[in-house]
Design a binder for this molecule. Structure first.
Ligand SMILES: O=C[C@H](O)[C@H](O)COP(=O)(O)O
Ligand SMILES: C=C(OP(=O)(O)O)C(=O)O
Length: 364
């Protein structure tokens, strides 16, 4: 059921709003799609492992790997099952978290992800999107693969975050107070991307702001508008993703970022995104960036983790929401170009090898 005009007068309120469509509360969606004890324990354990990797109490490398966006849950699950095998194979060296991204920040306009438009046709059935996202997180977690996501909408985390082991705030929103406040209340470690212009200071400021207690407007589990009071998230870090001036994953960038983090009183190790501004969104280049980063990991640079955009099929395909999803290639990204599955397996092999080299060096 939709309604218009909730407050004020016809001439001053909601002039540009076509409709308000009530959504079920987070509590009722969670009741329909509950999390059992085993899955909850797995999420909590993985969050602890991420914390340990960030501080090097655990000497593995965090590898956040998966599609730029989930647009077809069946293909996403197929991917997750394959990733589960690779994660088990590399469990001594890599802490693998799957990118399960349901919300896409767009430079201008475009499909905004599975939560916003789950039928990929411009119908914006957000209730179905929230349910699909939550069900997908449950299924991936049940495969023994922890989930990572970007938090974009300030309300949607109430529907999904209990199943998320690691989170990111994107380059377009790192400077936003709303997202810093949101991160201060999230239960998992959060990485802030540097800005799209390449600026790192916004990410450092964000990490500091999110570590502080905050009070802001949000919703509670019952769906009511609420004053949210947080204690601050102590597990915040910075993600180097390159920017308008080019990549920022070279040794000099990693060391400069590490010094800035230490000066700000934060953990002095970074996560590096091999995609986006670091690859020029070219998936072929992304594989090369990952290989260069592996050398930097082996040389013991302060790199705690790496991000890869990867799907079953290499590259990307255009999505025209006026035409809908018919005819899309199975397992190929509809947003940024991704590494294909074989290239992903190779990249994970190279990264795991780099970690064992680093470990061997540390042991002398
Ligand atoms: O990771 C995804 C994209 O880089 C991001 O959502 C921006 O995409 P766009 O520039 O195609 O809108
Ligand atoms: C949107 C993303 O990245 P960025 O914020 O770095 O552009 C992403 O990782 O999907």
């Amino acid at each position: 059921m939709t309604s218009t005009r909730t407050t004020g007068t016809d001439t001053t309120s909601d002039v540009h709003v076509a409709a308000f469509t009530p959504l079920p509360s987070p509590a009722s969606v969670a009741a329909d799609l509950p999390v059992d004890h085993e899955r909850a324990a797995f999420v909590a354990r993985t969050r602890d492992e991420v914390r340990a990797v960030m501080t090097r109490a655990d000497d593995r490398l965090l590898a956040v790997v998966g599609p730029c966006s989930i647009h077809d849950p069946a293909a996403g699950l197929d991917y997750a099952a394959r990733l589960a095998r690779e994660a088990r194979r590399h469990r001594e060296d890599l802490l693998v978290v799957m990118r399960t991204y349901f919300e896409k920040p767009r430079t201008t306009v475009g499909w905004k992800g599975l939560i916003n438009d789950p039928h990929l046709d411009g119908s914006h059935d957000i209730e179905a999107g929230l349910r699909l996202a939550r069900a997908f997180l449950r299924d991936v977690t049940a495969l023994g693969v922890p989930c990572g996501t970007e938090f974009l909408e300030p309300i949607s985390p109430q529907y999904t975050a209990d199943l998320v082991a690691w989170g990111a705030i994107g380059a377009r929103t790192t400077e936003s107070q709303i997202h810093r406040q949101l991160a201060s209340g999230l239960s998992m470690p959060i990485g802030f991307k540097n800005g799209t212009d390449g600026g790192l200071q916004v990410a450092l400021d964000a990490a500091v702001a999110a570590a502080a207690p905050q009070s802001f407007l949000g919703i509670g589990a019952d769906g009511r508008a609420s004053l949210v009071t947080t204690t601050g998230n102590p597990d915040t870090s910075v993600i180097l993703r390159g920017g308008a001036d080019g990549p920022n994953y070279a040794t000099e960038h990693v060391l400069a970022a590490s010094r800035m983090l230490a000066d700000a009183g934060l953990v002095d190790r970074v996560v590096v995104d091999a995609s986006h501004g670091n690859s020029g969104k070219d998936h072929v280049r992304q594989a090369r960036v990952a290989a260069e980063l592996a050398e930097q990991v082996a040389a013991d640079e302060p790199i705690a983790g790496l991000m890869l955009e990867s799907h079953l099929v290499a590259g990307a395909q255009p999505l025209d929401v006026t035409a809908g999803p018919a005819g899309l290639v199975y397992g190929q990204s509809v947003t940024d170009a991704c590494l294909g599955w074989e290239a992903t397996v190779e990249a994970l092999d190279v990264l795991a090898e780099a970690v064992s080299e680093r470990r061997a060096r540390a042991r002398g």
